[in-house]
Design a protein around this ligand. Structure first.
Ligand code: LLP
Length: 421
C-alpha cells in the first residue's frame, strides 16, 4: 500500500495534489511520500521483530539526503557501495557503526575513508580485497570488522542484469571456497571476522531462492564455527521484489520473507542484517511528467512526454514495466486507446511503454509513473543535455523540493574549455 490516491478526481501524494506540485516546480519531477517510506521500513521491522536485527537501507535505490535522514531517524542502518555513498550517509547523520560497506570493487581510498570515519562492517568479496583491507587497517592502527560475501550459486529467477547469486556473476566468493577464504581472513592482522554476507539479486518475486541461499548460509555457519571462527552476524542482503503491474502482481510480503529467515537461520544465535532498497523506496515514489504531443503515426499513436529515458532508465535498461496513470482521474467507463508512451530523446530505446491502454490525453495533461521511487532519480543522467529533474518530498499536507532542478547555466558551467583550445 502507498499514499498515492485519487481524491476529488485528482491524484494526491498524501494530502497534496500532484497538480499543485507540478504548478510549483514544473515537470518532470519525482515525488516521494514520507509516510510510505516509513510504512515500508516498519513492515521489515515487524517481520524481524523477534530476532536481533538491523535493517540497513540500500541507499543505491534512492540516496537523496532527505530520504537518508528520514531512514536514519527511524533507526535504520545504511548499506553503501562507494565513497560517495559513505559520505552522503555520514552527511545525513548516520553514525559509522550503522553503515555497512558492500561492493565488489572497494578502493583503498574508500576503505581508508570508512575506517577513519567509522564503519559497522565491510562485506568483502574477494581474497585480494581482504589483503588490501588488512594492509590499510594495519597502517591506520585499526582492525576492520568483516563478513565475507559468499556466492551460493542460486538462481534468483529475476532479470539477468540484476541476478547476482550465480557462479557466473562477478559477486562474492564461491561458497565452496568459503572455508579457505575465512582461514585466510583469520590469519590477517588487520581483519576481524564477524559473520557471513549473501545477496542473490534484486526484484525477487519468489521466496524459494532465498530459502535455498539462507539454508546454505546456515550450513556454512556451522562449518565455520567448527573451524574456530566467530560468526555472530549474518547479512542476508536485499532484493525483495515489489508489484510493478498492480493489476496482476503479488510478490511475497516482508512477513513471509521474515518467516524464511526465521526458519533457515533463526536459531543460530546470530544478529540478522538485511539490506532492502527497492521495497522501501520503490512504491514510495512517482515520476510525474507532462504530455508534449499526441502524435498519430502509421497505425500507431505516440504519447510524447517531457520525461525521457535519462530521467527513468528502467524500461530501456531492464524492459521494466511501470504503471502510468493520468493525474486527473479518468471518468469511469471512459474509452481507452492503445498508445506508445515515449520521451523526447533521440533513441528508439526511449520508450516507456508500448501499446498501453490509456484514456484520452493531450498536450499539457499530467501523467504519473508508479513505482519510481527506487532506481529512478538514483540512475538518472543528463543525456541529451537534459538537466536532472527535481525531487520533492511530501509529508501530510506539506511538500518540499529536496533536490532542485539545475539551471542550464549550472549544467554548462560544470564543463571547462581549456585555455589552449
Ligand atoms: N545489497 C546489495 C549488495 C545489492 O547489490 C543490492 C542491489 C541491494 C542490497 C538492494 O537490493 P534491492 O532490495 O533494492 O533489490 N537498478 C536495478 C536494481 C539494481 C540492484 C543492485 N543491487 C533496477 O532498477 O531494477
Amino acid at each position: 500500500m502507498d499514499h498515492f490516491l485519487y481524491r476529488d478526481g485528482q491524484l494526491h501524494a498524501e494530502d497534496v495534489a500532484i497538480s499543485d506540485i507540478a504548478r510549483a516546480v514544473g515537470t518532470p519531477f519525482y515525488v516521494y511520500s514520507a509516510a510510505t517510506f516509513r510504512r515500508h521500513y516498519r513492515l521489515f521491522e515487524e517481520a524481524l521483530a523477534d530476532m536481533d536485527h538491523l535493517i540497513c537501507y540500500a541507499m543505491k535505490a534512492n540516496g537523496n539526503l532527505a530520504i537518508l535522514k528520514l531512514m536514519a531517524d527511524l533507526g535504520a542502518g545504511i548499506d553503501v557501495v562507494s565513497g560517495g555513498e559513505y559520505a552522503k550517509a555520514r552527511a545525513a547523520g548516520v553514525p559509522g557503526d550503522r553503515i555497512v560497506f558492500s561492493g565488489v570493487g572497494k578502493t583503498r581510498e574508500e576503505m581508508q575513508m570508512a575506517l577513519n570515519g567509522g564503519i559497522r562492517q565491510f562485506n568483502v568479496e574477494s581474497e585480494p580485497e581482504l589483503i588490501a583491507l588488512s594492509q590499510i587497517a594495519t597502517s591506520l592502527g585499526k582492525t576492520a570488522p568483516i563478513t565475507i560475501r559468499v556466492n551460493p550459486d542460486v538462481d534468483a529467477k529475476t532479470h539477468a542484469k540484476i541476478a547476482t547469486g550465480k557462479s557466473e556473476n562477478k559477486f562474492g566468493i564461491p561458497i565452496a571456497k568459503a572455508r579457505e577464504a575465512y582461514r585466510q581472513a583469520a590469519a590477517l592482522p588487520g581483519i576481524e571476522v564477524i559473520g557471513i554476507d549473501v545477496h542473490i539479486g534484486s526484484q525477487l518475486t519468489d521466496l524459494t531462492p532465498y530459502e535455498a541461499a539462507f539454508t546454505k548460509v546456515a550450513e556454512l555457519t556451522h562449518q565455520l564455527r567448527s573451524d574456530g571462527h566467530t560468526i555472530k552476524r549474518l547479512d542476508l542482503g536485499g532484493g525483495l521484489g515489489i508489484p510493478y503491474a498492480r493489476s496482476n502482481e503479488a510478490p511475497p510480503l516482508p512477513l513471509e520473507y521474515g518467516d524464511v529467515i526465521r526458519r533457515t537461520v533463526g536459531d543460530l544465535g546470530c544478529e540478522i542484517e538485511i539490506e532492502p532498497g527497492r521495497l522501501i523506496a520503490g512504491n514510495a515514489g512517482l515520476m510525474v511528467s507532462s504530455v508534449i504531443y499526441l502524435k498519430h503515426g502509421e497505425g500507431r499513436d505516440f504519447l510524447i512526454l517531457d520525461a525521457a529515458m535519462n530521467d527513468l532508465i528502467r524500461p530501456a535498461m531492464y524492459e521494466a514495466h511501470h504503471d502510468i496513470i493520468p493525474v486527473a482521474e479518468p471518468s469511469p467507463g471512459i474509452e481507452q486507446s492503445l498508445v506508445d508512451i515515449v520521451g523526447p530523446v533521440c533513441e528508439s530505446g526511449d520508450t516507456f511503454a508500448r501499446q498501453r491502454h490509456m484514456p484520452p490525453l493531450g498536450a499539457d495533461d499530467l501523467v504519473a509513473f508508479r513505482s519510481a521511487g527506487a532506481y529512478g532519480a538514483a540512475m538518472a543522467s543528463e543525456y541529451n543535455a537534459r538537466p536532472l529533474i527535481p525531487e520533492v518530498l511530501v509529508q501530510g499536507d506539506q511538500f518540499a523540493v529536496i533536490r532542485r532542478r539545475p539551471t542550464f547555466d549550472e549544467m554548462i558551467n560544470r564543463d571547462t574549455v581549456p585555455e589552449w583550445l
